[in-house]
Design a protein around this ligand. Sequence first.
Ligand code: ADP
Ligand code: MG
Length: 238
Amino acid sequence: MTSLTLAGIRKRFGKVDVIRGVDLRVADGEFVVFVGPSGCGKSTLLRMIAGLEDISEGELRIGDRIVNEVQPAKRGVAMVFQSYALYPHLTVRDNMGFGLKVRGVPPHERRQRVEAAAATLKLDALLQRFPRELSGGQRQRVAIGRAIVGEPDVFLFDEPLSNLDAELRVHMRSEIASLHKRLGNTMIYVTHDQIEAMTLADKIVVLRDGQVEQVGTPRQLYERPGNLFVAQFIGSPK
Ligand code: ADP
Ligand code: MG
């Protein structure tokens, strides 16, 4: 069971309060989408959950552990970035297996897990290619594959589709939805695309200026936005 609990989470960069007291519970297997204007703290919040930023104040639980001091590789989370962050000098196979290698997973098990993930993402035929030989959508698939092979409890996605053209975005959106259906993992997904949020989310968290403005199902937020700000983000006519 991998639920997440954020209690009184704050982040300060120098004297600037960027995350200003976030309380949130994410249920096991839930698909939660963070939306909010640029600069409101979506990436910072995700990076704190991943362990890539220290938490200034508050408590973060993943499952039944408090993980504030737990190093990223031991939190059971994997993050997929907007920029893909692939290693240009490694093949698809080695990009996907890199994290496993670092963790000392033996070669035969590495091969099995990479090939299983490649099959899931239809990357089988591309394992020997280098990132520069792939399209944007294929690169993003490799980045997702690299997250999958680590068998994380929780997936974190930071605007994973925003570098893709509109058509591919629609396609990858349904790929991610079916991935969630198949794996059943807890997923937290940042986007500024309302349609992505509405179609993917079990629950949408609207962030504004480092705080949670409203939380609800897509339908709740659409039908009963708490204020104009939320209404504008969700695209409802209030
Ligand atoms: P979002 O992902 O919602 O666009 P971010 O989480 O990237 O927002 O940033 C939130 C705020 O924190 C912004 O004002 C940004 O400038 C600031 N910020 C992010 N990272 C740093 C950092 N390493 N040092 C100082 N300020 C930062
Ligand atoms: Mg961001």
